[in-house]
Design a protein around this ligand. Structure first.
Ligand SMILES: [Zn+2]
Length: 218
């Protein structure tokens, strides 16, 4: 198969399971295209994806903001009460000399999840309000690079493990931020699992044409 331009490459879809290359064809709203070799879903088209994505990413960002405002947990040991906040966890790592672990935690469980959610929000907002297709393309590429570095769910699980270990020694009260973080992680998992970048890419092409030509028309 001879590929003449980048736009021609955009018309091809590779099956995630068997790596067979297919030519993309337009499908109806709510329908899905399956691989002719193995039958797995290649892509779907859902016109409500933009509204749902925008609402979910905005909700997740609000919960992330709340998660940073209040204490995650309140721990009482022998009459001493300690409040643990999200920022305090990173600071204590740096203060105790765990610079590499601190940097890794800061990026993997704070900055990347926040940046990814912000990217989702901006991408869906651009699609909703018909913004620049060129910016949208750059953001989608950035999102596909960053997506695999999101480890916020590992953070939530590690808090659970630490709390289970402390249960015998201390009284633990979950704060508002803990539940806000849990909701953020759930929304984050849902978006990452159910919204495929290829589907957003497809909607982009439906809205702006093959090469994002709306820029030239403006
Ligand atoms: Zn296949």
């Amino acid at each position: 198969m001879k590929i003449e331009s980048e736009a021609a490459l955009d018309e091809l879809v590779i099956c995630h399971k068997c790596h067979t290359v297919h030519k993309e064809i337009p499908i109806q709203d709510g329908a899905k295209a399956c691989c002719s070799e193995c039958g797995s879903v290649l892509y779907r088209y859902d016109s409500k994806l933009i509204d749902h994505g925008l609402a979910l990413s905005l909700t997740a960002l609000i919960f992330f903001f709340v998660a940073n405002l209040f204490p995650l947990v309140k721990i009482e040991i022998l009459g001493h009460t300690q409040y643990i906040t999200l920022t305090k966890t990173f600071l204590s790592l740096f203060q105790n000399g765990f610079y590499i672990v601190g940097m890794m935690c800061l990026f993997l469980i704070f900055l990347f999840p926040l940046l990814i959610m912000l990217l989702y929000f901006v991408i869906f907002a651009i699609l909703k309000f018909k913004g620049s297709p060129r910016l949208l393309k750059e953001l989608l590429i950035l999102l596909s690079h960053l997506k695999s570095w999101n480890m916020s769910e590992i953070f939530l699980v590690s808090i659970f493990v630490a709390l289970v270990k402390l249960i015998g020694y201390a009284q633990i009260h979950m704060g508002i931020s803990f539940w806000a973080l849990a909701v953020f992680v759930l929304l984050d998992i849902y978006l990452n699992q159910h919204v495929h970048i290829s589907e957003i890419w497809m909607i982009r092409r439906r809205y702006y044409g093959k090469e994002g030509t709306l820029d030239g028309n403006r």
